[in-house]
Design a protein around this ligand. Sequence first.
Ligand code: XMP
Length: 435
Amino acid sequence: MKQDMIVVLDLGATNNTAIARAIRALGVYSEIHSHDISVDKLAQLPNIKGIIINGGKNNVVNGVKIDVDPDIYKAGYPIMAVNHDLARCENKRDGWPQNEEEVKEILKSFVFDTCQAEANWNMKNFIAAQIELIRKQVGDKKVLLALSGGVDSSVVAALLIKAIGKQLVCVHVNHGLMRKGESEAVIEVFKNQMDANLIYVDATERFLNKLANVSDPEEKRKIIGAEFIRVFEEEARKLQGIEFLAQGTIYPDIVESGTKTAAVVKSHHNVGGLPADLKFTLIEPLYHLFKDEVRACGIELGLPEEMVYRQPFPGPGLGVRCLGAITRERLEAVRESDAILREEFAKAGLDKKVWQYFTVVPDFKSVGVKNHARSYEYPVIIRAVNTVDAMTATIEQIDWPILLKITDRILKEVPNVNRVCYDLSPKPCATIEWE
Ligand code: XMP
């Protein structure tokens, strides 16, 4: 499968992603690589048609201007150097224009006229190319995958099932903090519909016991993260002959990993650090896809829309929405109220509009009246936010009738709840989650 590629070498620019995306928008595949990639490594990438050396304000390290491997200039690839005084090539620019249309014209001329690349990048070709690569790499060995049911792990699963079928072993750990119907949906789609080799582990009791009486949010996250690895590790040890571990790492995870601000507001614990004696070779077939491309890939592979367009859901799940020390009673209140919210949002078409929406149950009670008697029960807080990158967020201005309908249903249908509130706080000052 031939798929032409333009490589963007990051020499301290801040718009690498925008450039790579703009090239992909022209129908030509593009990958971003670090400026210090060696010419040999570069030569191993398939079908390189040209290189953009993308310089920028971060190109001085320890007072010295950095450059790419000098042999790259001699390797015969068409090269365009932007914002790079040291460039030893003819095709040089002092910077990118502000105007997107002008950037597009520059790229068009470089990609198609100078590099003679063909516009053959699309999801079908990407999938076919990945399947070929995966089969070549895996041979007759087995691959393990932690399948949470999130977009990325689901798309990886679907791709690997297509490539190697039952040689993929999926492990779905239910930590008891999943949303209503979520684990069931994973089993239905992957085991029943796609005939995957799926191991389902119900570890609810283990997690809830470990979390009993723990109220500090970071402590809760650490426990959930560590326990997750432990359960997954136990399952991995039971299996024979696994050589590979598949992960749903996607482009933004990589591109942003070096640029994130240093201050940790919350640690994001998902699957990570398996013990060193469990040696796996990593397979990350979505490594070069942006989120919208991951979704397109999932649709092309036949995954249901609800799964592919699912709102983000934190690794620690409802555990950080059942505030303070988790109790089963309040956890059920979070799960049931969340299910009502999701149902009503879907009915109102808000599920396609709002970035993230959920309910929270705090660990205090308030007084109310129910059936002419005093009640002393928990409140449910509704949160619905919009954001581009989750670093800042604004609240969705939900129409009153919809909010009232949701409130009414929660008060009628969810036990132990006598009050519903709507959170109006943007990020900052608040974060999206309450913990
Ligand atoms: P905050 O609450 O920090 O959330 O404004 C930003 C985004 O990150 C999600 N989030 C998490 N995701 N593990 C995750 O995988 C976590 O521990 C975690 N905490 C927050 C949150 O849902 C929102 O989308």
